[in-house]
Design a protein around this ligand. Structure first.
Ligand code: 6PG
Length: 246
């Protein structure tokens, strides 16, 4: 596991954008395509914006980029809480990525059917090859959720399906998420976390030993890949010096 701590959210976003550029170029060169999984929530917004701006925008082989989402909130695609809408507004509407290479999680049907349809999309994309994303961005909720793997929900025990529907108590909408076993096949998984309200959960996930079903971010550990944490100093505030030097 690699942990990098940055002075502020802007520096963290720049580092995340640089990882994207580097991985996109390498994967395109090695495999002819770059499969990336986007995170929802607010934290990655600035990273997406930076990728839409020169010089990074011009260094990315957009024709080889395939974008998937780690989770979606089942709200209309015009709703501001929609994760793919955020990524379109911040980045994808501004760069020459072929529309057929964008794979948002569509929520037109019942959540279970949407999850199954997205699994079919993924299985067709990875047909004949290992289901291995080149890069996965993830956020972290203050309750320890990541993607839509929420504490105590059945999906935290899922090991067979690649996608699942998730109902969170008290939430107005259901969600569709990729499961930990699929995420863990990725080559590189990067958590993007900023802000003092995440400091406690960052410590519990990285240094604690809570059961992963109650702290689902602890389900994430690539089988044969890298796990990277990009934190701003506020989110890293409670980590021990040995865990996060500098
Ligand atoms: C979602 C997410 C979720 C998110 C975290 C952090 O759709 O809600 O994908 O896992 O990444 O809740 O969200 P913030 O970045 O907004 O704090």
């Amino acid at each position: 596991m690699m942990i990098h701590v940055f002075p502020d959210a802007e520096a963290m976003s720049e580092a995340a954008a640089d990882i994207f550029v580097d991985k996109a170029r390498r994967s395109a060169q090695l495999r002819g395509r770059f499969a990336v999984l986007f995170a929802g929530g607010e934290t990655p917004r600035r990273t997406y914006e930076l990728l839409a701006l020169p010089p990074r925008r011009d260094a990315i082989p957009w024709g080889k980029v395939h974008v998937f989402w780690g989770d979606e909130r089942c709200v209309p695609s015009s709703d501001r809480r929609n994760n793919s809408r955020m990524a379109r507004q911040a980045l994808l509407d501004h760069v020459p990525v072929p529309p057929g290479q964008l794979h948002p999680i569509e929520c037109h049907l019942a959540p279970r059917e949407c999850a199954m349809a997205y699994e079919a999309t993924l299985r067709s994309f990875f047909s004949g090859v290992a289901p291995r994303f080149d890069l996965v961005f993830l956020g972290l909720g203050a309750d320890g959720h990541t993607a839509s793997l929420f504490p105590g929900t059945p999906v935290t025990g899922e090991w067979r399906r690649w996608t699942a529907e998730v109902a969170v108590e008290g939430s107005e909408f259901e969600r569709v998420t990729l499961t930990a076993p699929l995420i863990n096949k990725a080559e590189t998984v990067v958590f993007l976390v900023t802000g003092g309200n995440k400091a406690q959960v960052v410590r519990e996930v990285i240094e604690g030993n809570a059961d992963p079903q109650s702290l689902p971010a602890r389900l994430i550990g690539p089988e044969d890949g890298d796990l990277v944490w990009l934190l701003d100093s506020k989110a890293a505030r409670l980590l021990r010096k040995e865990t996060a030097p500098g």
